[in-house]
Design a protein around this ligand. Structure first.
Ligand SMILES: [Ca+2]
Length: 75
């Protein structure tokens, strides 16, 4: 049978290989470290939106492009 030669550990190995870069580098947009980008992250971004370094509502995790200001980009 084909499946009898299929290594049982292969799916786990592939999952580790595919997920390692995400877990090692962090998930972009995951501001609370939950492993997901969801509404909580959007709320955190909204609270910090428009702020810059030193502002009271500054959140470095929300500065996705690391330019010192939190905005949605664009012109
Ligand atoms: Ca999150």
């Amino acid at each position: 049978m084909y499946f009898s030669t299929f290594p049982k550990y292969l799916p786990c190995l592939l999952a580790v290989i595919l997920l390692l870069p995400v877990t090692a580098l962090g998930l972009p947009g995951d501001m609370n470290g939950s492993g997901r980008v969801d509404g909580y992250d959007l709320i955190m971004f909204g609270l910090a939106n428009g702020s810059g370094t030193g502002d009271e509502n500054w959140n470095p995790d929300a500065d996705l492009d690391k330019d010192g200001s939190i905005d949605t980009g664009g012109p």
